[in-house]
Design a binder for this molecule. Structure first.
Ligand SMILES: Cc1ncc(COP(=O)(O)O)c(C=O)c1O
Length: 378
């Protein structure tokens, strides 16, 4: 059997990882400024992560939600404290798309409406509902049509309020910081105004913090730079440092009932152990503070380079606009062994582990300067 050939991937076979560093089967070394798509939060092969997972494996790897799982309760308690959402309820699942799918369903169950307002350029995942609120028709099949969705420009408060005032909107969904669309932030004014308008029109505000959450922005969730509390928050990527786990954080005003949601694998014992190790490490190593400090350092230093046309982001979610981005990205990888991401046509996207050091940041800055100046010695 061959693989279904859907990924446009580098022909590199990674076999080892430690912190920010990766190596392949040929012994080549890399620096990970992409974190496997923003997933590696506490660093590759973190000792506490390995200890927690290994220990759990010796006890019990999996059982379904047919039995009470105390690890889920402990995880909910810790996540509530560290995120500042102590009074919210937690539903655990397996991927970002699944978290958003559940969030949309919860909103619709709650207010018995179906229309959703999403933002142009949004990416929310590739399952049916998540795809319908994603602004990229190339990803949809005709099977995915027929959802009632309106797309608005980012920060177009007037348009959102106009739509909400029609009274038929179930939810507004916004990314904490748009990732795939070039690291674009909603303004504080936009989020605060639409939260208020949602309350006035019996609609729910969903914040997709799948990429921008879990400390990446320097706050636990990126929307915490504002004064709002969304009704529902979705989380995934950094949550398990690579172990598949995702979450929906749900306001206490929304009531659950037996059978409302469900999943076989969601919140299983191993996934909870991984997620617990991540939260412990974020706390013990003060990784949110580190994300803010190293992120600000990178932003300040990179601003000095005139070849970078625009710089956006918060903490360790950074977008750099430049000419020939794709070529520069390839050179960074091939000539300097640095993995980066891209978003859109011109934006180089950085999503390194939150444990990055200043020396590693300097190594990136130097390499990028060298590639942009065309002075590298291959
Ligand atoms: C903001 C955002 N939402 C949702 C998703 C979908 O997550 P997953 O690929 O885990 O389904 C992604 C993935 O890139 C994302 O960046």
């Amino acid at each position: 059997m061959k693989l279904f050939d859907v990924y446009n991937c580098y022909d590199i076979n990674l076999v080892n990882g430690k912190g920010m560093k990766l190596s392949d089967d040929k012994g080549n070394q890399y620096l990970d400024f992409y974190g496997g798509h923003g997933v590696i939060s506490i660093g590759h092969s973190h000792p506490n992560y390995m200890f927690r997972i290994e220990n759990q494996l010796h006890c019990l790897g999996f059982y379904s939600n047919a039995v009470r799982n105390e690890l889920q309760e402990k995880l909910a308690c810790k996540l509530g404290k560290i995120s500042g959402y102590d009074d919210y309820n937690l539903f655990l699942c397996n991927s970002g798309a699944e978290a958003n799918e559940n969030a949309l369903k919860i909103a619709s169950f709650h207010n018995k409406k179906e229309k959703v307002i999403s933002v142009k350029g949004a990416f929310h995942g590739r399952t049916g509902g998540a795809l319908s609120i994603t602004d990229n028709p190339n990803l949809s099949s005709s099977f995915n049509a027929e959802h009632n969705v309106v797309f608005v420009e980012m920060n177009d408060t007037k348009h959102v309020i106009e739509e909400l005032s029609k009274g038929d909107v179930s939810a507004v969904i916004v990314e904490g910081i748009q990732g795939v669309n070039g690291v674009i932030e909603p303004t504080i004014e936009f989020l605060e105004s639409i939260k208020l308008a949602c309350e006035q029109n019996e609609a729910l505000l969903i914040l997709d913090e799948i990429q921008s959450g879990y400390g990446r922005s320097g706050k636990f969730f990126a929307h915490q730079y504002t004064g709002i509390q969304p009704d529902i928050i979705t989380s995934a990527k950094g949550m398990g440092n690579g172990f598949p786990i995702a979450a929906v954080l749900i306001s206490p005003d929304i009531k659950a009932w037996k059978g409302m949601l469900g999943t076989t694998f969601g919140g299983n014992h191993l996934a909870c152990a991984a997620a617990m190790a991540v939260l412990e490490t974020i706390e013990e190593e003060q990784l949110m503070k580190n994300a803010l400090e190293i992120g600000s350092y990178l932003l300040d230093k990179l601003k000095e380079n005139k070849k970078i046309k625009a710089i956006r982001g918060k903490g360790l979610m950074i977008g750099l606009d430049m000419e020939n981005m794709s070529e520069i990205r390839t050179k960074l990888l091939k000539e300097h062994g640095i993995f980066t991401g891209s978003s859109g046509k011109d934006t180089l996207r950085l999503l390194p582990p939150l444990s990055i050091t200043k020396e590693e940041a300097d190594q990136f800055i130097e390499s990028l300067e060298c590639v942009l100046a065309g002075t590298c010695v291959a």
